[in-house]
Design a protein. Structure first.
Length: 233
């Protein structure tokens, strides 16, 4: 009420960088606030299909009061193929024309070849089955990271246990600076993303993001061993 915002942008499911998911009760509350205050919501859901544990949580857009003021976004790059930089948008009809004009002003349109490739894939292949296979594999890789992270990070560290998505968020104990530590860590041929740039307010410099989807479980285990050695050194 004090800030009088016009729009809320949120990634409520397997959020980047923390991997956290907004519970159903909080989603309903956000929808209620949007309806009461006339607030628009941009609900970005690139990771929501990549669930390998727990129950799916409904989109904010599905809650009463939010449907006519929520723009829902998704991406084929996270579920079909990483190079398929093609997204989709679900929005109230009155808003779509303005979004189309804004898109055309930004880049004319998404490459036609990309659109045709996605359309052919959807016509000839079972995308749901593909996503299920991808999510199962990501789940194994998440488990490999969770299995080794306690030995890799200093005692007193904390981390999330995401039910899906691509990322795990950790915090080192005390006032360690993960941006400064990264300089030494990369000398061991391993890396993470420091948490500092992800903060909108004063940053917690002891935080870091780990991605578990691009390496095999064996490579993740080796990466964590190298990270542990680097942090001990």
């Amino acid at each position: 009420a004090s800030e009088r915002p016009k729009l809320l942008y949120t990634v409520p499911t397997f959020q980047n960088p923390t991997g956290r998911t907004l519970p159903a009760g909080r989603r309903a509350a956000v929808a209620a606030v949007a309806a009461r205050r006339g607030l628009w919501i941009v609900e970005d859901d690139p990771y929501g299909e990549l669930r390998f544990e727990g129950e799916r949580v409904p989109w904010i857009a599905s809650y009463e009061g939010a449907g006519d003021r929520t723009v829902l976004l998704g991406s084929f790059s996270k579920v079909m193929a990483p190079g398929m930089r093609l997204g989709w948008m679900r929005a109230p009809a009155a808003l779509r024309r303005a979004c189309t004009v804004a898109k055309q002003a930004a880049d004319l349109h998404t490459p036609t070849v990309n659109q045709l490739a996605a359309a052919r894939y959807l016509a000839d292949r079972d995308l749901d089955a593909h996503v299920a296979r991808v999510a199962a594999e990501y789940g194994r890789r998440r488990d490999a990271m969770l299995a080794g992270i306690a030995d890799a990070l200093p005692e007193g560290s904390t981390w999330t246990r995401p039910e899906g998505g691509m990322f795990l968020w950790a915090r080192l104990p005390g006032s360690r600076d993960t941006t400064e530590l990264l300089r030494r860590v990369v000398e061991h041929d391993v890396a993470y993303v420091p948490g500092e740039p992800f903060h909108a307010g004063p940053p917690d410099r002891a935080t870091l993001r780990l991605c578990f989807v691009t390496q095999t479980p064996q490579e993740i285990a080796e990466g964590l061993r190298r990270l542990g050695r680097a942090l001990r050194d």
